[in-house]
Design a binder for this molecule. Structure first.
Ligand code: C2E
Ligand code: MG
Ligand code: MG
Length: 505
């Protein structure tokens, strides 16, 4: 440091620097960078090489505050921001940081009060078995009836419950609260209903999960397999020894275990072997675009296949549309959970759904038909009618889409063998890729036919990439186009070993 600067140790691994300088912001940032650079060189400590990094918080006098205590407090807040940002960096204190810290403190106080006053309630969301359409169980989801704020969803407070450790008490309350309706339903018209609860990693370490579960089951007289625990990969990976122990005990009693948000946490696939798991829940992040994005689809299909090989069931989370549902069903996903069947509901409403035995209806016309099906996609709608008219005489079931989005939806909902579509139809307006390229990845079995000139480079390129199977001229020759389509169906049947008659329906 320079002669007029001051450096000192506040305690533990915290140090303070007082820099006197002209251009506050720039000068301080420069010094912070230098400190990080110097520290980056390894130290030698009793023959070992040690690396140290620094997280630096900066506050400026007199702009931020004029008294010593406040300045230290602000620098501390900024330092925590630097740590949150991944460490080995610096952050300046801002008024927004102060507001955030204050808001967090208020929320924490309100949450402590919420725990005392029992302001939490549970909503229940049905899970549906895809091959029967029947409800297979429910997931209990926490809500906070915060006075003056209405119903607060968990993403606004779960993290803070975790950080403050309050989740242990709340989690224990969730388990006992869930067991009550399971017991009541069991002894009523509704019958046996399996309910899952989300469990935080801290409940394994600081709580007595075992005892909470056993008490809940015994008091309400319910068999253990009606209770399921959902854990995230991240909570499984922390404290593995203890967690494995507890899970084995619970599993021994037949409590069901599933992994939540699968595919998004830090995990090692090895744990799938050493944890006693029954189900994987595929995270909504992969489901959202599963019918349009080949990468997401590839991940989902790989998870389904791996789970089934390991004799685990698969639940898809956040299924909102019939197209997603049918796509997952066709690829043998076992269960879905999502708005396409029901949002999370208060206990009385979910009880009505259970009592009425409501179940998932497959979309009309979307049942798997053994019929030759042709999809026409054209963003110039006036082109669809004459093509439909021309090809209908050959007895195909014809589906028509006016955009890539409609095309993806129809493909997810129906078994389609042949697709007629412009080779360059964009997925969205703009530069987001070509419909047929994604279709080739998502539905590799389909035969894709495009209008175009085979001497054009783009068409040749698409053929070489395998995105299209054959080309017709525009305006088309009626007889030739019908021949091409007939030939495509014939090739499809030969290649996929289906008899042409099987497809005639
Ligand atoms: P999660 O366990 O993955 O729960 C699924 C979340 O997806 C729920 O959000 C649910 O409302 C939402 N969801 C369900 N279907 C759809 C859909 O079709 N579309 C969309 N966009 N969302 C859908 P929620 O209730 O807000 O809960 C968020 C997270 O909070 C849960 O994610 C879980 O990690 C946590 N959580 C909830 N209750 C508890 C609890 O009692 N204890 C603990 N430790 N965590 C909980
Ligand atoms: Mg869950
Ligand atoms: Mg989840």
């Amino acid at each position: 440091m320079r002669i007029r600067d001051i450096i000192g140790r506040l305690g533990g691994d915290e140090f303070a620097l007082i820099l006197v300088m002209q251009q506050g912001q720039q000068g301080a940032a420069l010094v912070a960078s230098k400190i990080r650079e110097v520290l980056r060189a390894p130290f030698e400590l009793q023959g070992h090489e040690v690396n140290v990094t620094a997280s630096i918080g900066i506050t400026i006098h007199p702009e931020d505050a004029s008294d010593f205590d406040t300045l230290i407090k602000y620098a501390d807040t900024a330092m925590y921001r630097a740590k949150q940002a991944g460490r080995d960096t610096y952050r300046f204190f801002t008024a927004q940081m102060n507001a955030d810290v204050q808001a967090r403190l208020n929320l924490e106080t309100a949450l402590r009060r919420a725990v005392e006053n029992e302001e939490f309630v549970l909503y229940y969301q049905p899970k549906v078995r895809l091959n029967s359409g029947r409800i297979s169980g429910l997931e209990a989801l926490l809500r906070w009836q915060r006075p003056g704020h209405g119903m607060v969803p968990p993403n606004e407070f779960i993290l803070l419950l975790e950080e403050t450790g309050l989740i242990v008490r709340v989690g224990s309350w969730v388990i006992s609260s869930v067991c009550n309706p399971i017991g009541l339903w069991l002894n009523s018209m509704v019958g046996a209903v399996q309910v899952s609860v989300n469990v935080s990693g801290r409940q394994f370490v600081e709580g007595d999960l075992d005892a909470d579960v056993i008490r809940g089951l015994e008091i309400n007289g319910i068999p253990a397999d009606l209770l399921e625990l959902e854990l995230t990969e991240t909570s499984l990976m922390a404290n593995t020894e203890r967690t494995i122990g507890t899970l084995r005990n619970l599993k021994h009693r037949c409590v069901q275990i599933s992994i939540d948000d699968f595919g998004t946490g830090y995990s090692s696939l090895a744990y799938l072997r050493c944890f006693p798991i029954d189900k994987l829940k595929i995270d909504i992040a992969f489901i959202r675009d599963v019918t349009t994005n080949p990468d997401d689809a590839a991940i989902v299909l790989a998870i389904i296949q791996m789970a089934h090989s390991l004799k685990l069931d698969v639940v898809a989370e956040g299924v909102e549309s019939a197209a997603q549902m049918m796509y997952l069903r066709r690829h043998h996903c076992d269960y879905i959970q999502g708005f396409c069947f029901s949002a999370p509901l208060p206990v009385t409403q979910v009880e009505k759904i259970l009592r009425d035995e409501q179940h998932l209806l497959l979309p009309v016309g979307a049942r798997s038909t053994q019929q030759k099906t042709l999809l026409l996609v054209d963003n110039e709608p006036h082109m669809l009618a004459p093509l439909q008219h021309l090809l209908r005489q050959d007895g195909y079931r014809i589906l028509a889409a006016r955009s890539a989005a409609e095309g993806f939806e129809l493909l997810a909902l129906n078994e389609v063998q042949i697709i007629l579509c412009n080779q360059r139809l964009p997925i969205k307006n703009g530069n987001s890729g070509v419909f047929l390229d994604n279709v080739k990845e998502l539905y590799p079995d389909t035969f894709r036919i495009s209008p175009g000139d085979i001497y054009r480079e783009s068409i040749l390129d698409a053929m070489n990439r395998g995105a299209i199977y054959c080309v017709y001229t525009k305006p088309w020759d009626d007889i030739l186009l019908r021949d091409n389509v007939r030939e495509a169906f014939r090739s499809y049947c030969l290649l996929h070993n289906v008899f042409t008659d099987d497809l005639d329906g």
